[in-house]
Ligand binder design. Structure first.
Ligand SMILES: Cc1ncc(COP(=O)(O)O)c(C=O)c1O
Length: 373
């Protein structure tokens, strides 16, 4: 039964060059990694690893239940207050992933009386959050403040939320946060900024919202994942204390999900401490990103993501395979991760990459790009 159902779908994907395959990587793989999101190079930092081991010994393997039952530990509380303090917000609430943090906050604030105005390029987790929220949704062209303002001004709903990313996960460009926050304030709306690619990277590590002086404002909400710069797992919603209380009571992905593991809390806390103690760490990301953008002939990135357009999905996959065959892992993005027509290579800059590795990566990537163009 499933054979007749799924085989034609698989064949259709294959014919368009869109089939995805899992490639389990061994722990001792020797590759230059420009595909992962370990921007600060902390995933294997001994201080982070030790913190995880200590947390497992102290707390055990799992959180044991939902945050509202036994799944909130003192580690969760410490992580939430540390994240809020570091980024300049009044409070934080940790979820078991960044995806669920986005689902949680948007669905808890959404509904028939709330218009959601979503940038065309937001992450799938925000797209899915819009779908689940039962709100009216207006998708506006990328980084178009006028379109956002028009949608805000013409709405009938009493509430509205503007959904953007501070640094876009695939394009690597920045949102015009000051203008968006001003438009939201003028029209009595909330600005929700996903800082998945801003934390640890922009604003000296504190993110773009802090850098723009918007952290802690009553109409600004931030979500972050703990799985990129903080080298762990989990997500957080940052904002006013009243928002945190609302989410504890209303956000279904918070209420009905087992709490983030204590080990993940400990890893994120350890990484956050390192980031706070080593404020120059993010600089290395920008230096590497600038070099990658320059050799690939693309615009400089606002963060760690260097986005290189490819002629099509097959070329994107082929270029990534050529890189892999030469010891360099890069990401290849094609539909549905990006809209049709903008397949691309996604290179991620990382602190701690040696000059030799970066030189080699630049050589391999530019050769692959030439070969498929
Ligand atoms: C912009 C953005 N938001 C949210 C997420 C989801 O975060 P997580 O992987 O923690 O679920 C990601 C991760 O891929 C992302 O890039």
């Amino acid at each position: 039964m499933l054979e007749e159902w799924l085989a034609p779908k698989a064949a259709a994907l294959e014919s368009r060059g869109l089939t995805r395959r899992l490639r389990p990587r061994p722990a001792d793989e020797v590759l230059i990694d420009l595909a992962g999101n370990d921007y600060l190079g902390l995933a294997r930092d001994p201080r982070v690893v030790e913190a995880v081991v200590d947390a497992v010994r102290e707390w055990g393997a799992g959180a044991t239940a939902s945050r509202l039952v036994t799944g909130t530990t003192t580690l969760h509380a410490e992580l939430e207050s540390s994240l809020a303090e570091y980024t300049g917000h009044s409070s934080g609430l940790v979820f078991s992933s960044g995806y669920l943090a986005n689902l949680g906050v948007v669905t808890a604030l959404g509904g028939p009386g709330t218009l959601l105005i979503s940038d065309d390029h937001v992450h799938a987790s925000l797209v899915d959050a819009c779908r689940l929220s039962r709100s009216r949704v207006e998708v506006v062209p990328h980084n178009d403040v006028d379109a956002v303002t028009k949608a805000l001004a013409e709405r009938n709903e009493p509430h509205a939320i503007v959904l953007v990313e501070s640094v876009y996960s695939v394009l690597g460009d920045a949102a015009p946060l000051e203008a968006l926050a001003a438009a939201a304030l003028k029209h009595d709306a909330v600005l929700l900024v996903d800082e998945a690619h801003g934390l640890g990277v922009t604003g000296g590590g504190r993110g773009s919202v802090a850098a723009a002086g918007l952290a802690g404002l009553d109409h600004v909400i931030v979500t972050m994942t703990l799985s990129k710069s903080l080298a762990s797992q989990g997500g957080v919603v940052l904002g006013p204390v009243l928002l945190r209380e609302h989410l504890i009571n209303r956000a279904r992905p918070f209420i009905f999900d087992t709490g983030l593991t204590p080990a993940s809390c400990a890893a994120a806390l350890a990484a956050l401490r390192i980031l706070a103690e080593e404020p120059l760490r993010p600089d290395a990301i920008h230096t590497t990103a600038a070099r990658l953008a320059s050799v690939c002939g693309v615009a400089p990135s606002a963060g760690a993501v260097v986005s290189v357009p490819m002629p099509g999905p097959r070329e994107a996959v082929h270029a990534a395979e050529l890189c892999l065959a030469n010891g360099v892992r890069v990401g290849s993005f094609r539909p549905p991760s990006v809209p049709d027509g903008i397949s691309r290579l996604r290179l991620t800059a990382r602190a701690g990459l040696s000059t030799t590795d970066l030189d080699r990566a630049c050589e391999v990537i530019t050769t692959a790009i030439r070969e498929v163009s």
